[in-house]
Design a binder for this molecule. Structure first.
Ligand SMILES: [Zn+2]
Length: 171
């Protein structure tokens, strides 16, 4: 499985036990069928709802994708236990909902990057992969080895202490 470790900014866990929070996210090429299915279902709900003139599921597909394509993270629940996350967790989307907004946005930006104008680019192809199964070619054209960051330019430093604010510097 190809993964990337991403910085989620200063720790917002109860009691602030970490300096920063981080997540290990699954790259699109390693997305599972279960992840695809769940994102497709969430997206279908959103589209149906929008066609009916409602907005009960705003952002559900994004949140579902973040939940099923995060392999692990440092985020804790109010009891100080790890928030259950990942495709094996039936209620993983609830863990996304339980995040504080800044941590959630940091994770969202990793899955759905935006360009300088603030327009969503999905240049990593997560959503495309989830909806269609198509994998975008590696944008850096660097060989991506399992467990190693495929794109050195992205905020992929595994250390929770490193990279204070340079995560948003590029793109
Ligand atoms: Zn934390």
């Amino acid at each position: 499985m190809e993964t990337r470790t991403v910085d989620l900014g200063p720790c917002h866990c109860p009691g602030t036990p970490h300096e920063r929070d981080e997540a290990v996210i699954v790259l699109p090429v390693s997305m599972t069928y279960g992840a695809q299915r769940r994102v497709q279902s969430a997206y279908a709900l959103e589209v149906e709802d929008e066609r009916a003139g409602r907005d009960r599921f705003g952002g559900l597909a994004d949140a579902t994708l973040m939940a099923v394509c995060t392999f692990s993270w440092t985020c804790l629940n109010p009891d100080g236990k790890p928030l259950a996350i990942g495709v094996r967790e039936p209620n993983a989307t609830n863990a996304i909902d339980a995040l504080d907004p800044l941590t959630a946005m940091a994770l969202h930006d990793e899955f759905f990057p935006r360009d300088a104008a603030g327009t969503a680019t999905d240049k990593n192809g997560y959503f495309l992969r989830a909806i269609t199964g198509v994998v975008l070619p590696n944008p850096s054209s660097a060989p991506s080895v399992a467990g190693l960051p495929a794109t050195p330019s992205t905020g992929s430093t595994p250390s929770p202490k490193a990279s204070t604010s340079k995560r948003r510097a590029k793109s």
